[in-house]
Write a protein that binds this ligand. Structure first.
Ligand code: F6P
Length: 362
């Protein structure tokens, strides 16, 4: 087999990507003597032929570094690619044939695609068109990939939100306020509910459970009735009131998804319209994606990187690395992209939240 493998990171970045890259370089070089080529900015670099040699010197100080040294893009859909024309206009083109040709030129023994559902589905389409030597590593702070119990980046995002909630507790109490914290996660409530449990939130609204604002207000009244005059509310960006719509900041198109945002503000307005309580809203935004990965993401990233190289070594292409019952296993990429992994409204996580008195809006 070719003595060279490739790696790219696609979609939104997250903490732990560099741990994957580091593990891939070290395992490929040290165990198999393979060279590793990095493709810049996800599939954009494959189209533009932007490559970087990843030698072991690149692994210094990499484990604790946030982001991705390869760069990433969540607009690099090779099947609907925004091409800049000489006159400055942008046109959408399918550039997948060029990507396939560039991949053939690279003559890789395997390509590791590190990404979320979007990047994985591009990988799957390339496999279907004949680029069969692809393996995947699942990453996203949203933790919404069906194939794996945990994605890289999720644990760090939860740490960040939990710390923010702790900080907001004290100021909320001092000023007797309702503090709303809007968190990421798109259409999945994993970040919201997990950090609400860890950070002792009193209310948590997630996309999987449409909320009734009257019920939320009632919860505040009950707390006040007991002499507790502040509340911490976690609102996932994809949360919506019963019969209402997602809060969309920027409408998506064929090249990108809708940009969510504003769910916290909408809830604040609904509470203010119904009560005298003082309400403040904090949007954590990309702070949840930036900075150094927590220990778990460094470890998971390393194990996923090692497994991805092993999959190539064993010719087990078309699979993603996955965490299952504490072990790293391989699952078909097709399974990773079939449907989003969502919080089960009847599941144990939700039951635990209810059991400790958290209001979920329904
Ligand atoms: O999918 C990861 C994620 O951080 C989502 O939680 C969020 O909705 C989205 O990406 C934000 O994307 P962008 O970086 O394009 O603003």
């Amino acid at each position: 087999m070719s003595k060279r493998i490739g790696i790219l990171t696609g979609g939104g970045d997250c903490p732990g990507l560099n741990a994957v890259i580091r593990a891939v370089i070290l395992h490929a070089r040290n165990t198999f003597g393979w060279e590793v080529v990095g493709i810049r900015n996800g599939f954009e670099g494959l189209y533009e032929e932007e490559y970087v040699d990843l030698d072991p010197a690149r692994t210094q100080q990499l484990l604790a570094r946030g982001g991705t040294i390869l760069g990433s893009s969540n607009r690099a859909n090779p099947f609907a690619y925004p091409l800049k024309l000489p006159d400055g206009r942008t046109e959408i083109h399918d550039v997948s044939a060029t990507c396939m040709a560039n991949l053939a030129k690279l003559d890789l023994g395997g390509l590791i695609v590190v990404g979320g559902d979007g990047t994985m589905s591009f990988g799957q389409k390339f496999i279907e068109r004949g680029a069969t030597k692809i393996v995947g590593v699942p990453k996203t702070i949203d933790n919404d990939l069906e194939a794996t119990e945990m994605t890289i980046g999720f644990a760090t995002a939860v740490e960040v939100v939990t710390e923010a909630l702790e900080r907001l507790h004290t100021t909320a109490e001092s000023h007797e306020r309702i503090m709303i914290v809007e968190v990421m996660g798109r259409y999945a409530g994993w970040i919201g509910l997990t950090s609400a449990l860890a950070g002792g939130a009193h209310v948590c609204l997630i996309p999987e459970i449409e909320y009734d604002v009257e019920r939320v207000v009632e919860h505040f009244h009950k707390r006040h009735g007991r002499g507790v005059s502040y509340s911490i509310v976690v609102v996932a960006e994809g949360a919506r009131p019963k019969g209402g719509d997602y809060a969309v900041q920027v409408k998506g198109d064929v090249t990108k998804q809708d940009k969510l945002g504003g769910a916290g503000q909408a809830l604040a307005e609904a509470i203010t319209a119904r009560t005298e309580y003082e309400v403040r809203t904090t949007v954590l935004g990309h702070i949840q994606r930036g900075g150094s990965p927590c220990a778990f993401d460094r470890e998971l990233g390393t194990r996923f990187g090692v497994k991805a190289v092993d999959l190539i070594a064993h010719g087990l292409f078309g699979h993603v690395t996955a965490l299952e019952h504490g072990r790293i296993v391989a699952k078909p990429i097709a399974k990773a992209v079939k449907k989003l992994k969502l919080v089960d409204p009847q599941g144990e996580l939700v039951a635990a939240a209810r059991a400790v008195g958290m209001e979920l809006g329904a």
